[in-house]
Unconditional design. Structure first.
Length: 150
């Protein structure tokens, strides 16, 4: 007889929350976000990755490898320029997962405050979960730098 271990809910869920203060306007910051997640998406070493972001409801966010090859990261679930960008999809994971990523932007004390939220559910290895926090921090810091240079 085979026994099956059912994972508990806590081991199947995770969330990442970050706040990023940007010394730039809402519009400039939102445009930097769209650019960074799309055509200017960078690996940790600064190498550009071939990403496309169709910035409209139902648009795709995907890695374009050319010749109709690639990896669909998410679908744009909601967009309200310049205050909200929300995705749902597997992101960089080839596991049975569901993810929701939100960027909420607001003006605060002459700066833009980005509230970033990533919630995931599924069979995701622990080491992968740990790496995502640092990966998002790098992406979000690059958005900040890009907006502040604009």
């Amino acid at each position: 007889m085979t026994t099956m271990t059912i994972p508990d809910l806590e081991s199947l869920t995770f969330k990442i929350e970050q706040e990023i203060r940007v010394k730039a306007s809402l519009e400039v910051t939102f445009n930097a976000l769209i650019e960074q997640l799309g055509s200017s998406f960078e690996k940790d070493d600064g190498t550009l990755m071939p990403f496309k972001l169709e910035a409209w409801p139902g648009g795709r966010w995907y890695r374009d490898l050319g010749d109709n090859n690639g990896h669909c990261w998410a679908t744009v679930q909601a967009i309200k320029r310049p205050t909200l960008l929300e995705f749902s999809g597997p992101l960089m994971m080839s596991y049975p997962v569901a993810n929701n990523v939100q960027y909420r932007l607001s003006e605060q004390d002459g700066e833009t405050l980005i509230k970033f939220y990533h919630a995931g559910f599924g069979n995701i290895p622990d080491d992968f979960k740990k790496g995502m926090k640092g990966g998002w921090a790098k992406i979000n810091d690059t958005v900040r730098q890009r907006a502040e240079k604009a």
